[in-house]
Design a protein around this ligand. Structure first.
Ligand code: GTP
Ligand code: MG
Length: 294
């Protein structure tokens, strides 16, 4: 049989509930840190592009926020990005966690209306044995006319090559739209803010993962160091107290972790100036939300 030599390219949406591992998958397949990851819910807050170019073609992944019921303007915006990913995609990868007990009727109804090819990606298979994987496939195989069902582990990088092979099969024949060396389209300020927010997420509990955000004000080259000024927003004074911590220890630790990662990223010395600012109700402010996107 003749091999298909033509290039295949297109848009692939990563969709699913929060915490199922969409961003972990994006970073693994891209072999680069494109999106931040955390064990806290609603880590990804807007659509993030990962552009993967190989000799087979170009896949543009849309990492998307986890699907949820929106209660704030921020969350409405997040869900808008989910719908945009679904609408613009040539192929949809619907991620579930192998621990998920039942199917999600809301997501399934969203998918049914689209009439596009959808893969069911069963993630986190490293947590269980073969029996459980077969049982999960059996449970989900008839709830939707899946184009493919692919069990993977994004964390342990199991079956990612297989999934990528299958993706190319479903993409239209064309050369791709972005330059070969383009990996993502985020602004530098947004990416840096995300790296800092990842460290905040690592450290906080309860409502704080939802009520904090990070805005980078300035990135200035000062010859010996790269100076970065960032503000961490919280919604009230008691949240600020938690983030500051005793003698400023909490924010110092966040700063230390973030600086280390930024120094690795820039491969140079970084001075990270962190400020904690109370911005009541920022999640409902259209002005602030649009500033955070920049
Ligand atoms: N054991 C295991 N854990 C995983 C795997 N993939 C992701 N995780 C973990 O699951 C958690 C959530 O991962 P994310 O990639 O942030 O999940 P997400 O779907 O992008 O979440 P949101 O952005 O909130 O929608 C993190 O603690 C990851 O380390 C996997 O294959 N196996
Ligand atoms: Mg994510």
């Amino acid at each position: 049989m003749e091999q298909d030599q033509a290039k295949h390219s297109g848009y692939v949406a990563l969709i699913g509930r929060t915490n199922v591992g969409k961003s972990t998958f994006l970073n693994a397949i891209m072999e680069a840190k494109i999106a931040i990851v955390s064990s806290k819910p609603q880590t990804t807050r807007k659509q993030i592009l990962g552009i993967r170019t190989t000799e087979k073609g170009q896949i543009v992944f849309f990492d998307s926020p986890g699907i949820h019921k929106p209660h704030f303007r921020l969350n409405e915006k997040m869900m808008k990005d989910v719908y945009a990913s679904l609408t613009d995609a040539d192929l949809i990868l619907y991620f579930i966690d192998i621990s998920d007990r039942k199917q999600d009727e809301f997501v399934l109804s969203l998918l049914k209306d689209l009439k596009k090819d959808v893969f069911l990606v069963i993630n986190k298979i490293d947590k269980f044995g073969k029996g459980k994987i077969l049982q999960k496939i059996d449970q989900f195989k008839d709830v939707y006319p899946w184009a493919e069902i692919v069990p993977i582990s994004a964390l342990k990088e199991i079956s990612l090559d297989l999934l990528e092979e299958l993706i190319y099969k479903y993409l239209p024949e064309n050369e791709g739209f972005y330059p070969d060396d383009e990996l993502t389209l985020q602004t530098e300020k947004f990416y840096v803010a995300e790296l800092v927010r990842e460290k905040v997420l690592l450290m906080v509990e309860d409502e704080l993962p939802f009520t904090t955000t990070v805005k980078v004000e300035k990135i200035t080259d000062k010859e010996k160091v790269l100076y970065i000024r960032a503000e961490i927003y919280v919604e009230n004074l008691s949240q600020k107290k938690i983030l500051v911590g005793k003698h400023g220890n909490f924010v110092k630790l966040v700063g230390k972790l973030a600086r280390k990662e930024l120094e690795d990223y820039y491969d140079r010395k970084v001075y990270l100036d962190l400020f904690i600012k109370v911005v009541p109700n920022w999640r409902n402010s259209p002005t602030i939300l649009s500033q955070l996107d920049e």
